[in-house]
Design a protein around this ligand. Structure first.
Ligand SMILES: *Cc1c(COP(=O)(O)O)cnc(C)c1O
Length: 385
């Protein structure tokens, strides 16, 4: 849902006034998205920089993100499913679109109708595509995924050798040979180099084909991993592709929730479901209108003796106390000035003070899952781009 603009927000009484009517606002900064794309493209040049927009652009909205990336010069897009690819085709009539999931039985004609390029993951899929192309009398573009040690999707060494020896490879146009790194988020892990060497050996069997190995983390591993095309996802959306060091990518996501009520709660009282948190001191508690249905994982709950995440009111941290409910959290705003902690005020859940990967660490997960769990209830605001 694309509603309003920052200018409209300033007008009081306007029913498009997001700040007045929303209980939670998810702001997606398309200027930051484009900045991240340009940074990744510069890091990877002369390789082509594609974009991974699967899972609705990691939850941020493919309908807004993909055209912004195309406008920034991105020509090749990856999604996971055929349904996502069909949706993307309607947005970008010119782009090269590759769904990672490959070819399910009986779907070749659909790929052809929408000019999509499956990423073929097995000898069976290659056989289906070759048969379709031969039957239709057309040589259609396709990518091949080879497994280099992840043992998830992709052709085995024996299958690549059989493909290289086969006579029917002329039935289709092989535009890309790719593989995927298992440990690109840990630069010191020996698995990445082992996979790169395996990839070199296997792609050598299919000479003259463009090659792709790197996701976001792989781009940061250096030029040896870039080949002809890179496939970043998380870094575009402001996630942190490598576990250590600072994140070089701009913040794209800001989630703010609104205070519905403030209450003074005496020491010894408990808060929320399960009475899991007993107050040690008299506290001023703000009830904020976001919960696990908005991506605030229930794992962010803070029971007795536990230390949890803080949300922010301006520069002031306010610790989450008690259970996260579907629609609400309770935070301790004792001592925070009333011009920030008042009924109707917004608090920051993800943004300048709390990065997605920090939020994730508190919930025992990764920023990828934080972004794809944001849900659809918060009012969405796209800015910039
Ligand atoms: C999701 C995915 C990517 C993008 O990975 P990031 O870590 O988000 O950059 C690249 N390649 C494949 C095969 C993927 O599944």
């Amino acid at each position: 849902v694309r509603r309003g603009s920052p200018a409209a927000v300033a007008r009081p009484g306007n029913i498009d006034d997001l700040e007045a009517t929303a209980t939670a606002i998810l702001t997606i900064d398309l200027t930051a998205l484009v900045e991240n794309y340009r940074r990744l493209a510069a890091l990877s040049a002369p390789a082509e920089c594609a974009a991974v927009v699967k899972a609705d652009a990691y939850g941020l909205g493919m309908a807004a993100c993909a055209p912004a990336l195309a406008h920034a010069g991105c020509k090749t897009f990856f999604v996971a499913t055929l349904a996502e690819a069909i949706e993307l085709r309607a947005l970008l009539p010119q782009a090269a679109i590759y769904p990672f999931d490959g070819l399910l039985p009986g779907t070749a004609a659909v790929f052809h109708a929408y000019e999509l390029r499956p990423v073929l993951n097995s000898a069976e899929e290659i056989g289906d595509w070759a048969a379709f192309c031969t039957g239709a009398g057309v040589s259609l573009p396709v990518a091949i995924h080879i497994d280099t040690g992840m043992n998830r999707l992709g052709l085995s060494r024996a299958e690549v050798e059989a493909l290289a020896a086969a006579s029917d490879t002329g039935a289709f146009e092989l535009t890309l040979v790719m593989s995927h790194l298992a440990c690109a988020d840990e630069p010191e892990h020996p698995k990445s180099e082992a996979q790169r060497i395996a990839f070199d050996g296997l792609r050598g069997l299919l000479p003259g084909t463009r090659a792709s190995l790197a996701n976001s983390g792989g781009i940061l591993l250096g030029p040896a991993y870039h080949y002809d095309l890179v496939r970043p996802g998380i870094a575009l959306y402001g996630g942190k592709p490598q576990a250590k060091g600072r994140n070089p990518f701009a913040r794209v996501v800001h989630l703010a929730g609104r205070i519905l009520q403030l209450r003074e709660v005496p020491a010894g009282e408990t808060i929320g479901y399960g009475a899991s948190r007993t107050l040690k001191r008299a506290s001023r508690i703000a009830v904020v209108a976001v919960g696990y249905a908005d991506g605030l994982f229930r794992a962010l709950s803070v029971g007795d003796g536990e230390e949890g995440m803080s949300v922010y009111l301006g520069p002031h941290p306010a610790p989450i106390l008690g259970r996260v409910s579907m629609d609400l959290i309770t935070v301790d705003v004792t001592g925070i000035p009333e011009d920030l902690a008042h009924r109707g005020a917004f608090v920051e859940l993800i943004g300048d003070n709390v990065a997605p990967h920090e939020f994730a660490a508190h919930a025992g997960t990764i920023d990828y899952e934080v972004l794809t769990s944001l849900g659809t209830r918060a009012t969405r605001r796209y800015i910039g781009g």
